[in-house]
Design a protein around this ligand. Structure first.
Ligand SMILES: [Zn+2]
Length: 56
């Protein structure tokens, strides 16, 4: 069970039909420092986006 802790950050969004947000690279923060909104508008700060939304 030791392994489980080590792999905590290796969660794959693909498992949930999602991908790392391409705009913020999964940080959830807006890549635009001058933006009023500091949260990524594409994923809403979550860091992941739905895969189909990305493919479209
Ligand atoms: Zn994002």
């Amino acid at each position: 069970m030791k392994e489980e802790k080590k792999r905590k950050r290796e969660i794959k969004p693909e498992k949930f039909q999602m991908v790392w947000c391409p705009a913020c690279k999964g940080t959830g923060r807006s890549p635009n420092k001058d933006a009023e909104v500091k949260v990524c508008t594409l994923c809403g700060g979550f860091g992941w986006v739905r895969k189909e939304a990305c493919d479209a």
